[in-house]
Ligand binder design. Structure first.
Ligand code: NAD
Ligand code: UD1
Length: 338
């Protein structure tokens, strides 16, 4: 029995593939290489010491997906494939709805045709919107999202919930990620954004290697301990390990399950800058800029439900997240090779 991992050569997918295979699982990856390099496949293989199936295919290609299901013995899916840049989604809403929502519909239809009804979906803390107060719990109201990217995540959550109501054979796990950072301990896998990074940690690491001059801190007048935005950063390997528990869950039980994957601890932008400086020994130049549209002051999880029901808990602290991000970036200043 194999797990099909869509988007499995991307940042979170690649780390999840390594942990799945280290735990003895069979993995089949589908990725259209839109936001990753093929060399990510070689790095995964080198780390686990064995081969695995990779199909270069778009999840909107029903025929291509059909063939994969015909060729492989797939019993469950982890669905990472998607576009994720908030700003770009505002410029290109149709592309985002097509890729993320339509792509998921095509995938679900093909899964149903092949009697595969177990799926773990990459959702985001963004579905909690602007109005809930942290710590965020899974039973809070969702949907007050402010951009097309966030809306695709919310819409896919709704589609999957409706599917579970319509057919009791489905087993769906919605994982709401907080802020994944860090990289594999080996320094051979990590986050490799295209162009100017939108997110905090890749921006900091690019300042540290001299690729960017200075970080702009988006606002220092929030109602937080130092005025800068507070988030729940989680090590990507902890996040990956959460997926192993989620796959076990959907393999064992039918129904809908929703979990936050976070640490439950909030760090400000300046806390992260300081932690990174300590871990790397490199000083990070920064300037204070205006707030970024759509940002909230504070966002962190209550991760208790995942602990109680999945037995999962994030183990790696902010120091380790910074050390591992730095090891990846300093050993691969230009990211994955072409
Ligand atoms: P990523 O871009 O590194 O990985 C996504 C992968 O999916 C890429 O390799 C890309 O080539 C592939 N892909 C995209 N569209 C595809 C399609 N139509 N067909 C086949 N492959 C396709 O992103 P990531 O950071 O690893 O995120 C994985 C998932 O987690 C995404 O759905 C993202 O929205 C979600 N998520 C990420 C974060 C984060 O901060 N990284 C936070 C919350 C949720
Ligand atoms: C952002 C997205 C969110 C997405 C998540 C993970 C927005 C509004 N939200 O979340 O939908 O799920 O990424 O991909 O884009 N910061 C700076 N300077 C920078 C970059 C970031 O000060 O150059 C600050 C931000 O204001 C924020 C914190 O760092 O306070 C974290 O930012 P980021 O990494 O972009 O994550 P989120 O804003 O939490």
């Amino acid at each position: 029995m194999s797990v099909l991992v869509t988007g499995g050569l991307g940042y979170i997918g690649s780390h999840t593939c390594v942990e799945l295979m280290n735990a003895g699982a069979e993995v089949v990856v589908v990725d259209n290489l839109y936001n990753c390099k093929k060399s990510s496949y070689d790095r995964i293989k080198a780390l686990v010491g064995r081969d695995f199936k990779f199909y270069e295919c778009d999840i909107r290609d029903a025929e291509g997906l059909n063939k994969i299901f015909e060729n492989e013995d797939i019993d469950s899916v982890i669905h990472f494939a998607g576009l994720k840049a908030v700003g770009e989604s505002v410029q290109k809403p149709l592309e985002y709805f097509d890729n993320n929502v339509n792509g998921t519909l095509v995938l679900l239809d093909v899964m149903r045709k092949h009697g595969c009804k177990k799926i773990v979906f990459s959702s985001s803390a963004t579905v909690y919107g602007m109005n809930n107060v942290s710590p965020l719990t899974e039973d809070m109201q969702v949907g007050g999202v402010t951009n097309p990217y966030g809306r695709t995540k919310y819409m896919i959550e709704c589609i999957l919930q409706d599917l579970c109501v319509s057919d009791k054979e489905w087993s769906v796990c919605l994982l709401r990620y907080f802020n994944p950072i860090g990289a594999h301990k080996s320094g051979t896998m990590g986050e490799d954004p295209n162009g100017i990074p939108n997110n905090l940690m890749p921006y900091i690491t690019q300042v540290a290697i001299g690729k960017r001059e200075k970080l702009t801190v988006y606002g220092d007048d929030y109602d937080t301990h130092d005025g800068t935005g507070v988030r729940d950063y989680i090590h990507v390997v902890d996040l990956a390990l959460g997926h192993l528990k989620a796959v076990e869950k959907v393999r064992g039980e039918n129904g809908l399950f929703i979990y936050n994957l976070g640490t439950g601890i909030g760090y400000s932008v300046l806390d992260v800058v300081k932690a990174f400086e300590k871990a790397s020994g490199v000083e990070i130049s920064y300037q204070i800029g205006p707030r970024r549209a759509g940002d909230i002051a504070t966002c962190y999880s209550d991760p208790g439900k995942a602990l109680n029901e999945l037995g999962w808990k994030a183990e790696r602290d902010i120091e380790e997240m910074c050390e591992d991000s730095w090891r990846w970036q300093s050993q691969n200043p230009t990211g994955y090779p072409d």
